[in-house]
Design a binder for this molecule. Structure first.
Ligand code: BT5
Length: 256
């Protein structure tokens, strides 16, 4: 199911039964200079991870656990807004398979019917000023069973309950078909470079636009109305007319 453009960009596809974390594996490979254009799919992760030490529950054959390693030069600032653009690419891949009601939650979640369907985790290696590596990790629920999902501490959903019968391999290929060209356009010079080309699409999928939300950092919180994202992918919070920008990584968003 891989198209020609993706086949060109994919150097190696590793499929395994069980790993600690596909992101951890590909970060190690990037550090050895052997991870560019490598994708890894795992049936099960024993230490699947989310952001800031959180975990991603990924029991055997319950989902798609996919990571892609990518190396580039020009500095880490080129990746501004990438996790949002990845969300747009995932939403498009899901729509291709007829998945209804796909929305995005800033900065890195795919939601469906008000619950979390997938998460994106970007991890970096390299000196970051010029030579960089990024691992794009995606965890998507296909068919989670209640017992294994009991550890998930927020509302979740899987594809089986909204659109049963989707072939996991075909969906994974559709994700690669979109994500590999996205990584190239982000990191090579060209007119499409950066988040601005994806912003309108992101805004059209925004789960929380115009809704009351709370943003929490380790030490404080802000309440207001979610007002979309700016051209860099920063969240705009409207607090009685006063606008504040939040960048990914520093805060979590909750519905108020
Ligand atoms: C994420 O983090 O949502 C990023 C998840 C990325 C997972 C992929 S799997 C392939 C690759 N290899 C890895 O090791 N990771 C990546 P964050 O925004 O921090 O959300 C984590 C939170 O999501 C947890 O604290 C739970 O509340 C919730 N969660 C955990 N497992 C879930 C699941 N299967 N479905 C829905 N929500 C889940």
């Amino acid at each position: 199911g891989l198209d020609a453009a993706a086949r060109d960009l994919l150097r190696q596809l590793i499929v395994c039964d069980e790993v600690d974390s596909t992101n951890a594996q590909l970060l190690t490979r990037l550090e050895r200079d052997d991870g560019h254009g490598v994708a890894m799919l795992a049936e099960r992760q024993t230490a699947g991870r989310g952001r800031r030490g959180r975990s991603w529950i990924s029991p055997f054959s319950a989902g798609i656990n996919l990571s892609i390693g990518w190396q580039f030069s020009g500095g880490v600032q080129l990746l501004e807004g990438l996790s949002l653009a990845v969300g747009v690419a995932l939403a498009r891949a899901l729509e291709e398979f007829g998945v209804p009601d796909v929305r995005l939650k800033w900065p890195n979640d795919v939601w469906c019917r008000g619950r979390k369907l997938a998460g994106v985790l970007l991890e970096l290696s390299g000196d970051l000023t010029d030579r960089c590596g990024v691992v794009v990790g995606i965890g998507l629920n296909v068919g989670l069973r209640g017992d294994s999902a009991a550890a998930i501490d927020q509302p979740w959903i899987d594809l089986h309950s909204v659109r049963p019968g989707i072939d996991r391999n075909r969906l994974a290929a559709a994700m690669l078909n979109r994500l590999l060209p996205l990584l190239r356009s982000y990191t090579e010079p060209g007119p499409e470079r950066g988040f601005s080309a994806y912003r309108d699409a992101w805004l059209a999928l925004d789960q929380f636009a115009g809704r009351p939300v709370r943003l929490q950092s380790a030490s404080r919180e802000w309440c207001g109305t979610a007002a979309g994202v700016d051209s860099s992918g920063a969240l705009i919070l409207d607090m009685d007319g006063e606008r504040k920008l939040f960048h990914g990584g520093e805060v979590s968003l909750r519905e108020d």
